[in-house]
Design a protein around this ligand. Sequence first.
Ligand code: GDP
Length: 296
Amino acid sequence: MFEGLSEKLSSIFDSLTRRGALSEEDVNLALREVRRALLEADVALDVVRSFVDKVRARAIGANVVKSVTPGQMVVKIVNDVLIETLGSDADPINLDAAAPVAIMMVGLQGAGKTTTAAKIAKRLKEQMGRKVLMASLDVKRPAAQEQLAVLGRQVGVDTLPIVAGQTPVQIAVRAEQAGRLQGYDVVLFDTAGRTHIDEALMQEMVEIKAASRPHEILLVADSLTGQDAVHLAKNFDDRVGITGIVLTRVDGDGRGGAALSMRAVTGKPIKLLGSGEKMDALEDFHPSRIANRILG
Ligand code: GDP
C-alpha cells in the first residue's frame, strides 16, 4: 500500500534548508504527496480532504526538534493522524454479554461472510475455548446452508441442523433457542447477501436483527471493492447499525484505502482482516501496523 510515501516526504524536505519550524509552503508541498498517495490507495475523496486538513493544522508551525529532519517530522504527523483515524488500538470481537452471545454477519454476496463466520468460529473455539454454534440464514442461495455445514465440519464447530422451507427469521429463532437450550457460548448468524444493496436485503437484516438480538453485527466487506465498500458500510450502518467491520481479501489488496475510508466514514472499528481462503487466514487489525504499511 502506498509504498514509499515516507521516503518521498523525506526527500522533499531533505532538499529544503532546515528551519526552526515547518513553514506553510513546506507543509503544502508535502501534503500534495500525501494527497496523491491516499488517492492512489483509493481512499474516498472526502476522507482524503479531512485527513489532509488535519495534518496541515498540526504540521504548520510545528517545531522541528533537533534530532529529526523536517521530513521525518511530517512523516510522524501523518503517522499519528493515520493511527487516530484508523482507531488507536486493536478492537477484538466483544463477547461481553450473557451467553449465548449472538454475532450477526452481514454483507454482500461473495464478500466472504460464510468463510469469515467459520474462521471466527474456529478462533473462538481454539483460542478462547468457547462452545460455538453457527447458523446459516441464507435461504436465497440453495447451497449456502450446506456450505456452512461443510465449513463447520472442517473447523469442528456445530452448525444448526437444516430444516427446509423455513424463513430467515424462523431459522434465527430456532438458532437462538438452540444456543440457549444447548449451552452454547456464542451463536454466529450468517445471513444472505445480494449482488448489490437493495431494500429487501436491508429489511431482511432488520428483521433478523430483531429476532437474534446480536451483541455484534459485523459487516464483511471485500477490500478490493475500494470506494464501493465505503458506500456499503455507510448504508448498512445507517439501516441496520453495525458494530464493526471485517475486511476480506487483504491478501489481494495492493492499495488498502478501504480500511481508512470505512473507518472514517462510519466511525466503526475494523475488527479483523481476512487474508486468504484458508480457515486460519484471519488477522487482528492493528492500526499502527496498517499505518506503517501505508507510510512504506
Ligand atoms: P459470502 O457470499 O459472503 O458468504 O462469501 P463466501 O464466504 O462464500 O466467500 C466467497 C469466496 O471468497 C470464497 O471462494 C472464499 O474462499 C473467498 N474468500 C473469502 N475470504 C477471503 C479472503 O480473505 N481472501 C481470499 N483470497 N479469498 C477469500
